[in-house]
Design a protein around this ligand. Structure first.
Ligand code: AMP
Ligand code: ZN
Length: 483
């Protein structure tokens, strides 16, 4: 049994062979911290967290380095800070703090590193100057532009420009004809560096450009992956020199394939003379909400934070773990439809699973074999979860160990129950008072009132259970959170 992953670059599922099994390296494009992350943004975060956990399980915790960047320089950030009358730093710090707490609530491990773009300007300038020196980029009107045509003409042993997205340069030229900036030699040339206007953040520009400037979007990931996964480990990588600039896995959402990842590959290969940037390219499918594209104009735009802390979706808040389970019930490459019904089901499933773990001592159980086989088949999480449903009844300890590999069932059943009860639409004291009132109604044979109270509680997510106390023979009513 070995890990197989679908590679966007080769359009096939391949056995995963790390460059150095003692040092597996993964880079995932992280958030642009100008606004709260939406539930679509949560998908790559959760999916690659599962992959990170699986790699740690297979290769050892110390053997995996996961880097997820924070984009803190961007035109949207500048515009939003100006709009709100705060500094860029205040905006990016505040947004990032909420992002970190949101993804923690989703049960995600911290990546080993979360580098910020603004802390890697030196590496970006270094790469840009190499590209210009080698003839892959040029300076025009204080911009620095990358030339895909120059990349292809050089025949440098790297894949042609467009190989990842499976598009030809001619197709792209035809597609890019509208509104081409005058300083571009070809419509497909893309920005590595641009001049900053007064009031915009700026750094000393590369290649002798006098005006301070700022990076284009794509160069930051070439710079951060190079610095954090390649040069910081120089000398520690057991591989041939020609391969020294290649790392194992690069991930992100499917919308990043073109142009972002295509351009990252172009920059990295040409600047570092690398045959490839990463061996495996993985992309998650898109998330839509109740069958529609999520957008602000449709009014169905929903942030992770709102799902966790408000009633904006389905009229109630949701546990981070239910959000996570709902996300993983669809295979990562498929589109996912985000629905209230799926969240309700996820929460019911977790109630059941935690219920099965009550009084189960912690032990050294390992994940089940069929579960592992599903997960290793290109992260088949729906298959792995189907195995969990079976396992929970047959071997709860093994089910718990398996679920934990998905980042689920991390807390104790008591903590889960407390969390669910804290989330109820009614306080526990009020429930107890209604139970008393119902028992009184039953004693008076007022069945209509007794039923009304039970229904009122059910509507608030509380289920009642009547049973005779075996010691006294008296009727006793207990309750549990159930949705
Ligand atoms: P952005 O902040 O738009 O650059 O997106 C951050 C990450 O979220 C990228 O990996 C995107 O591909 C991903 N992403 C954005 N929107 C969605 C969506 N609706 N469904 C799934 N992934 C998304
Ligand atoms: Zn990126």
């Amino acid at each position: 049994m070995s890990l197989r992953l679908y590679n966007t670059l080769t359009r096939s599922k391949e056995a995963f062979r790390p460059i150095d099994p003692a040092h597996v390296r993964m880079y995932v494009c992280g958030p642009t911290v100008y606004d709260l992350a939406h539930i679509g943004n949560a998908r790559p975060i959760i999916v690659f967290d599962v992959l990170y956990r699986l790699l740690r399980q297979l290769h050892g915790e110390e053997a995996v380095t996961y880097v997820r960047n924070i984009t803190d320089v961007d035109d949207k950030i500048n515009a939003r800070a100006a709009e709100r009358g705060i500094t860029i730093r205040e905006l990016t710090e505040g947004t990032n703090a909420i992002f970190q707490s949101d993804v923690k609530a989703l049960g995600c491990l911290d990546p080993d590193m979360q580098p910020r773009a603004t802390e890697h300007i030196v590496e970006m300038v270094d790469l840009i100057e190499r590209l210009v020196a080698k003839g892959f980029a040029y300076v025009a009107e204080e911009h620095v532009l990358f030339s895909p045509a120059a990349m292809d003409a050089a025949k440098g042993g790297w894949p042609r420009y467009g190989a990842l997205a499976n598009r030809s340069l001619d197709e792209m030229i035809a597609g890019a004809r509208v509104d081409v900036a005058p300083y571009k030699r070809e419509p497909t040339d893309f920005v590595l560096w641009k001049p900053s206007k007064a009031g915009e953040p700026g750094w000393p520009s590369p290649c002798g450009v006098a005006t301070p400037g700022r990076p284009g979007w794509h160069i930051e990931c070439s710079a951060m992956s190079w610095k954090r996964l390649i040069s910081d480990f120089a000398g520690k990588i057991a591989c041939e020199a020609a391969e020294a600039n290649v790392f194992d896995i690069h991930g992100g959402g499917i919308d990043l394939v073109f142009p972002h990842h295509e351009n990252e590959i172009a920059q990295t290969c040409c600047a570092l003379n690398a045959p490839r940037m990463a061996n495996v390219w993985m992309h998650n499918g898109f998330l839509q909400v109740e069958g529609e594209k999520m957008s602000k104009s449709l009014g169905n735009f929903i942030t992770i934070n709102e799902l966790l802390h408000t009633g904006h979706f389905g009229g109630r808040k949701w546990t981070g773990e239910a959000l996570r389970l709902a996300m993983l019930r669809t295979h990562y490459r498929q589109p996912i439809d985000w629905t209230v019904k799926a969240l309700e089901e996820a929460e019911k499933t977790l109630d059941r699973w935690y219920g099965a773990l009550e009084n189960l001592p912690e032990d050294g159980a390992q994940p089940g074999e069929a579960f592992m086989a599903a997960l290793q088949d290109d992260l088949n999480t729906p298959g792995a979860i189907a195995e969990l449903f079976t396992m929970v009844g047959e071997n709860p300890a093994q089910a718990r160990a398996s679920a934990r590999l998905l980042g689920l069932l991390q807390m104790s059943p008591a903590d889960w129950n407390a969390l669910r009860q804290a989330d109820l639409a009614i306080a526990p004291q009020a429930i107890e008072a209604l139970i008393e009132a119902r028992l009184a109604a039953r004693a008076a044979k007022n069945w209509a009132e007794s039923d009304r109270i039970r229904d009122e509680l059910a509507a608030k997510g509380v289920a009642l259970k009547d049973a005779k106390d075996p010691a006294t023979g008296e009727m006793r009513t207990t309750w549990e959170a159930k949705r």
